[in-house]
Design a protein around this ligand. Structure first.
Ligand SMILES: Cc1cc2nc3c(=O)[nH]c(=O)nc-3n(C[C@H](O)[C@H](O)[C@H](O)COP(=O)(O)OP(=O)(O)OC[C@H]3O[C@@H](n4cnc5c(N)ncnc54)[C@H](O)[C@@H]3O)c2cc1C
Length: 444
């Protein structure tokens, strides 16, 4: 039966969900707190970049919009690590042709909103959700320009309003749902490498660039206009933290000592440093993700995570696909559909968060470690010989739709096994021999 559905939040999850639901023939209205981004000029490089990978692409493909998204994406088939002297090391992410994709969050969001509207969704902007009666499926919005309030009554509320979700707040306050917000000790700041002459790229555009430095790191992803959007992740306090980076000289000294090749690419570093905010990062856990058959959470509102696996958006898009599959399974029985969604999806939200925290250590620390890089080479060789026995963790997460919870469990088992392998005497010389491959076969 055709339903009237209110989606709160026109971000990536909200817009994709609208596409899925309008394709099912429902009347969908999206209410968004911000201005209409579609009417603003989005210049590449002025928004954060996201790494889009297989799960996100699978969810886009299912509603037929993958090709349009690929038009604004840049393939990254490898990491390139920059050491303190500016030397580069490459590590392919997977096998030939396997890549993740750099997309501008704003450009992708505009595209997704346009596609949702084209498919029949109604979009309302400057409408902030301030309250909701979740069992009655009614939401109160306040217009951010006029302060005028309106109550919107429908059959179903979808909370797609991000990490600080107002819909989730009502679930937690009115229904005593579990809630936990864990801020990490690191903040981040966006920086920007401009394009070179005639829009040329000053670094390899088909790579995710990392400057791994133990407790902190800098990353850069390419934009279509030749520039790169970069993010510095560093501790809030202590040695070499944001705390000590206030004056121009402090910032210049920090970058020239730690990221010298980066400094050469950014002529107006200090101007950017003071103009761009320093923002926090955290993990949000909540449960359940629904109320009866009248309200459900998707995306960051249900499982916001730290960005180190580049999976927050991918998981949010995957939520929409999973919900769509469960709508097929349960038909009109929305209560069972949402209940199964909450129960089956929550462990994957947890898995995503565990993976994200673990990959912070991999990126900032391990990618600069030759033993880690060797371990990854061994895993790759074994996986190519015995693909049915071993998919490397990064590939499970980024190049398959294996549930996050399963990937996390298998990855931990693999790590234990690799600890044994890496202890073998002369492993750096012997690793390509049959002995090592046979040993791995016996352990797996
Ligand atoms: C620095 C950084 C880097 C990241 N990199 C990656 C990456 O490489 N790959 C990846 O997959 N993910 C990445 N992520 C995560 C990704 O950005 C999020 O997981 C994704 O945006 C979640 O989508 P969403 O639609 O659930 O939430 P959002 O994108 O936050 O959208 C929520 C929408 O709801 C609106 N809203 C909020 N409150 C209200 C309200 N009260 N009323 C009405 N509207 C409201 C907001 O304005 C917004 O438009 C990164 C995140 C950060 C911070």
């Amino acid at each position: 039966m055709k339903k009237n559905i209110t989606i709160v939040g026109a971000g990536l999850a909200g817009s994709l969900c609208a596409l899925y639901l309008t394709k099912r023939g429902h009347n969908v209205s999206i209410f968004e707190r911000r201005n209409d981004l579609r009417s603003e000029i989005i210049t590449a490089g002025k928004s954060i970049n996201l790494a889009l990978s297989e799960r996100g692409l699978t969810a886009l493909k299912k509603v037929g919009v993958e090709a349009e998204v690929m038009n604004i994406a840049i393939a990254m088939d490898k990491r390139i690590m920059h050491d303190e002297k500016g030397n580069l090391t490459e590590q392919l992410y997977g096998n030939d042709g396997q890549a993740i994709y750099s997309v501008s969050r704003a450009q992708l969001n505009v595209l997704m909103m346009k596609l949702a509207a084209k498919n029949g969704a109604d979009l309302y902007f400057n409408e902030k959700c301030i309250d909701a009666n979740l069992e009655d499926a009614s939401v109160i919005f306040e217009n951010t320009n006029t302060n005028q309030k309106q109550t919107v009554k429908s059959d179903l509320i979808i909370g797609a309003d991000g990490a600080f979700s107002a819909v989730r707040k009502q679930m937690v306050e009115q229904y005593d749902h579990d809630f936990d917000y864990n801020k990490i000790d690191h903040d981040y700041k966006e920086l920007h490498i401009p394009a070179g002459k005639n829009g040329s790229f000053l670094l390899d555009k088909n790579a995710l660039h990392i400057w791994p430095r133990g407790e902190f790191m800098l990353i850069a992803l390419a934009n279509l206009d030749g520039s790169f959007t970069c993010t510095l992740f560093a501790p809030k306090k202590g040695e070499k933290s944001f705390e000590g980076l206030n004056s121009e000289i402090e910032v210049e000294n920090y970058f020239s000592a730690i990221f010298p090749d980066f400094l050469n690419l950014v002529p107006d570093l200090y101007k950017q440093w003071i103009a761009n905010p320093t923002s926090g990062l955290g993990i949000i856990k909540t449960f359940p993700w629904h109320i009866k058959d009248t309200a459900v959470l998707i995306g960051d509102s249900a499982h916001a995570t730290v960005p180190f696996y580049g999976q927050g958006m991918n998981a949010s898009l995957e939520d929409c696909r999973m919900l769509d599959e469960l709508l097929d399974k349960h038909g009109e029985d929305l209560k069972s559909c949402f209940s199964e969604y909450s129960i089956t999806r929550k462990p994957n939200g947890d898995g995503l968060q565990d993976l994200s925290m673990q990959n912070f250590i991999v990126m900032r620390d391990n990618t600069a470690d030759p033993t880690f890089l060797l371990q990854k080479e061994i895993e790759k060789k074994f996986s190519n010989l015995y693909p049915e026995k071993w998919i490397p963790l990064y590939s499970m997460v980024s190049f398959t739709n294996i549930p996050y919870a399963d990937a996390w469990k298998i990855g931990m088992k693999q790590e234990k096994m690799m600890e044994e392998i890496m202890k073998i005497k002369n492993i750096e010389k012997e690793w390509e021999s049959d002995v090592i491959m046979n040993k791995m076969c016996s352990l797996v």
